[in-house]
Design a protein around this ligand. Structure first.
Ligand code: ADP
Ligand code: MG
Length: 354
């Protein structure tokens, strides 16, 4: 075990327990206010929880004991002595230093000489495809370039644990893919906790994900398992999947709301078990007349709202949501309050035990 942390912080509603293996990248997913940054702050030594302990590579980062009055002498290792590097949401570079001097800061602090730390800075800048930026100051860097330099600076300190807080969220859509590809390469050899609310970051960068909600971990597992077979409505929303839960019957699933979902018979979920059915919103059809088909599951519903999302419009109801083209929206004359039939074919449904 490379990293373990157990911590509570009642004033932020936080109570978590998390383990990370050496070389693993774990994504922490969750909405604003879930407690993601707080977890990183606690590990970096910037935020002090009320109780708990954390260990990194056999060393104690902090040990504040169990909640309650009987406390051992608390142990709290200061940030610079933890072997932990935190990359905050906005790249924080020293404005008066060049990119190379920013990156050299870690090796310098660790006692390397000027020449040696400069050589290391160039090495890490090369790793993030930014060696040509070595002589620039932060004001001469774009957002994506500054983020590259910030990643190089974090890596140059050779941390045993790298903490990334939404590293791509401050970048414009054009810059994000390149930085994501760079991260995918350089994170492969590191032990990383990556906070994100973007499922694409998790899918491309993380071996495992934990989903946080209200200060707690509500789901965790290998990235694809969690994001393709969500167990909670909450994770399904993050993964942009429809999730229907219910009990397996001989024709499909009886939902908790009493509706029937049609599924293929061949399945590994025994009759009577609790199952989830996940359906992509692009696979949900919307029609004004009731559609018929042996393998169709149909939910009549009122359109609650229409949300433009790039090329498609997400049509939400209290049951399913569907992604339609603006053209289809116009053809169906959909607007909030329209009554329509939302349907999907059993071949487009993924069923799994909960
Ligand atoms: P996330 O990173 O998932 O958006 P945070 O860890 O920033 O969530 O916040 C978790 C909770 O802690 C929220 O309720 C937030 O309001 C609170 N919180 C965050 N930062 C502070 C702070 N500096 N002081 C007090 N409360 C905070
Ligand atoms: Mg945050």
């Amino acid at each position: 075990m490379m990293l373990s942390i157990d911590a509570t912080m009642p004033e932020r509603g936080l109570d978590i327990s998390l383990r990370v293996e050496r070389g693993e990248t774990v994504a922490i997913l969750g909405p604003n206010g879930a407690g993601k940054s707080t977890v990183l702050g606690i590990l970096a030594g910037l935020v002090r929880p009320e109780s708990g302990h954390a260990h990194l590579a056999g060393r104690t980062l902090f040990d504040l004991g169990a909640p309650g009055p009987a406390r051992p002498a608390p142990c709290w290792v200061p940030p610079h002595a933890r072997g932990v590097a935190l990359l905050p949401q906005e790249a924080l570079l020293f404005p008066h230093l060049t990119a190379a001097s920013n990156v050299a800061f870690g090796p310098r602090s660790a006692g390397a000489g000027r020449r040696e730390s400069h050589a290391q800075a160039l090495h890490w800048l090369r790793e993030v495809d930014a060696v040509e930026l070595a002589g620039r100051r932060p004001t001469e860097l774009s957002g994506g370039q500054a983020q590259r330099v910030a990643v190089a600076r974090a890596l140059a300190a050779q941390p045993q644990l790298l903490l990334l807080d939404e590293p791509l969220s401050a970048l414009d859509v054009a810059a994000a893919p390149l930085v994501r590809r760079m991260l995918r390469r350089v994170l492969a050899n590191q032990t990383v906790l990556l906070v994100t609310h973007d499922v694409l970051d998790a899918l491309t960068l993380a071996d495992r994900v934990v989903v946080m909600h209200d200060g707690r971990i509500i789901e965790e597992g290998p990235t694809r398992d969690v994001l393709e077979r969500p167990r909670t409505r909450f994770t399904a929303d993050l993964a942009a999947l429809n999730l229907v839960t219910g009990t397996r019957t001989h024709v499909g699933v009886m939902t908790d709301a009493g509706a029937s979902v049609i599924l293929p018979l061949a399945t590994d979920t025994p009759l009577g078990t609790r199952v989830g059915v996940a359906v992509r919103p692009a696979n949900v059809e919307v029609s004004l007349l009731e559609p018929r088909g042996l393998n169709l599951t149909v939910f009549p519903a009122l359109v609650r709202d229409l949300e433009p999302r790039g090329d498609v419009v997400r049509v939400r109801t209290d049951a399913l949501f569907a992604d339609l083209t603006p053209r289809a929206i116009a053809d169906l004359d959909l607007e909030p309050g329209t009554r329509a039939y939302f349907s999907f074919d059993s071949v487009d449904a993924v069923t799994y035990p909960l």
